[in-house]
Design a binder for this molecule. Structure first.
Ligand SMILES: NC(=O)c1ccc[n+]([C@@H]2O[C@H](COP(=O)([O-])OP(=O)(O)OC[C@H]3O[C@@H](n4cnc5c(N)ncnc54)[C@H](OP(=O)(O)O)[C@@H]3O)[C@@H](O)[C@H]2O)c1
Length: 270
């Protein structure tokens, strides 16, 4: 009798694991990516939380001790060996939502523009552009290409990228005016690649959903050292931004493909 009960419980657990929805998040050890990992883990999703550190970051170690449904994996999005190894480990596992979140942002720990990266006109250093380009433009495309079979094998079939209003090319010269050429140009390129990918994926599967998320100024731990009056009322706490995006993701249909959405479900301009 006891053995029979145990077998039934084991079968129930296997069936839960197989039926749980799965999200893979790049750059999930801090900021917006970490908050997505927390909230989806809390919802009972299978969360593949990736990071680029040599050791598992404390934030993810803590989270995985709290949630059995959180799987921590190493992925420097610019490292082809990491990516191949991850693809091999995830073979045959459907991924409902692939969230390309990792980015080089060009803002330093105090939230001011990072002159040290010299992305300002007058102090440009060509080599400093490459990490922005590889991380923010090329990597989301390569990670998507590498995991597309997992995504198309899932129920939701979603590929999402975290973009930024700073990449807008239609908002006029005053919006995000001034310096910071590398970050802005890479987010504009990310948007264009998303449109291309959306058009391609729907030829493979009309149910595929590919769009970008633009969070707006989001208050993460990165801004903790910043004075209240510097943040003003411009920013939104990361918990609210991510909770909003989870609703957007829940409502998304193939018609969302090729567009950019804010966390309140509003369409954002290119
Ligand atoms: N926060 C905002 O106000 C805001 C506004 C608009 C758009 N966004 C976008 O939202 C996303 C997340 O922003 P955030 O504020 O959470 O940024 P963040 O706090 O700087 O976190 C960035 C994450 O990306 C990871 N990362 C960077 N390069 C990587 C690489 N080569 N491989 C793997 N991971 C890498 C970082 O890992 P390490 O810890 O190892 O560096 C970190 O986990 C970004 O795409 C950003 O452009 C943010």
């Amino acid at each position: 009798m006891k053995t029979k009960c145990l077998l039934v419980i084991a079968a129930m657990l296997v069936s839960f694991a197989a039926s749980a929805e799965t999200i893979l998040i790049t750059g999930s050890n801090r900021g917006i990516g970490l908050e997505f990992a927390k909230q989806y883990a809390d919802k009972g999703w299978h969360v593949i939380a990736t990071h680029r550190r040599e050791q598992v970051p404390d934030t993810l170690a803590e989270l995985s001790s709290e949630y059995d449904n959180l799987q921590v994996e190493t992925l420097d999005v610019n490292n082809a060996v990491h990516l191949q190894a991850l693809v091999a480990r995830l073979e045959g596992m459907p991924i409902d939502v692939l969230l390309n979140n990792a980015a080089v942002m060009g803002i330093n720990a105090t939230g001011t523009l990072a002159e040290q990266t010299n992305e300002n006109f007058g102090t440009l250093v060509p080599e400093h552009f490459m990490p922005y380009f590889t991380t923010n433009v090329l990597a989301p495309l390569l990670v998507s290409e590498a995991l597309v079979e997992n995504v198309l094998a899932s129920d939701r079939k979603m590929i999402l990228n975290m973009t930024s209003g700073a990449g807008s090319v239609t908002m006029g010269m005053e919006a995000f005016a001034g310096t910071g050429f590398y970050y802005k140009s890479t987010k504009a390129a990310l948007n264009r690649n998303m449109v291309n990918l959306a058009a391609h994926l729907r030829t493979l599967d009309p149910e595929a959903i590919t769009f970008n998320l633009a969070p707006g100024f989001t208050i993460t731990e990165r801004f903790e050292g910043m004075a209240e009056d510097e943040i003003g009322n411009r920013g939104t706490p990361v918990k609210d931004v991510v909770a909003g995006f989870i609703e957007v993701i829940d409502q998304a249909t193939p018609e969302y493909s090729g567009s950019i959405y804010g966390f309140e479900g509003e369409l954002k301009p290119f």
